[in-house]
Write a protein that binds this ligand. Structure first.
Ligand SMILES: [Zn+2]
Length: 90
């Protein structure tokens, strides 16, 4: 029983629907959003997604907005750099 959804993983809930390609794509994202991430505040791997783009740390209680499915996106990092450049330049 334990190996029943080894191949399909979290997309096992969709059953035989939606096709393998779409499910594989979905699985990549959902597995990333569900696991614990590193908290930028305290450094512990206790960061969990509370809602879309809302991340809460179970260790220090930090709550912040990030990416919809991962705490930090490449686009978000770029924006942060730009903001830093503007604020620091003044
Ligand atoms: Zn924390």
């Amino acid at each position: 029983m334990a190996k029943r959804t080894k191949k399909t993983g979290v997309t096992g809930k969709f059953g035989a629907r939606y096709g393998v390609k779409a499910k594989n794509k979905h699985r990549k994202i959902e597995e990333k959003q569900r696991k614990y991430h590193k908290c930028p505040n305290c450094g512990h791997f206790k960061l969990k997604r509370e809602s879309t783009a809302i991340w809460v740390c179970g260790k220090c209680g930090a709550k912040f907005a990030g990416g919809a499915y991962i705490p930090q996106t490449d686009a978000g990092t770029e924006v942060k750099k730009i903001i830093k450049g503007i604020v620091g330049g003044e």
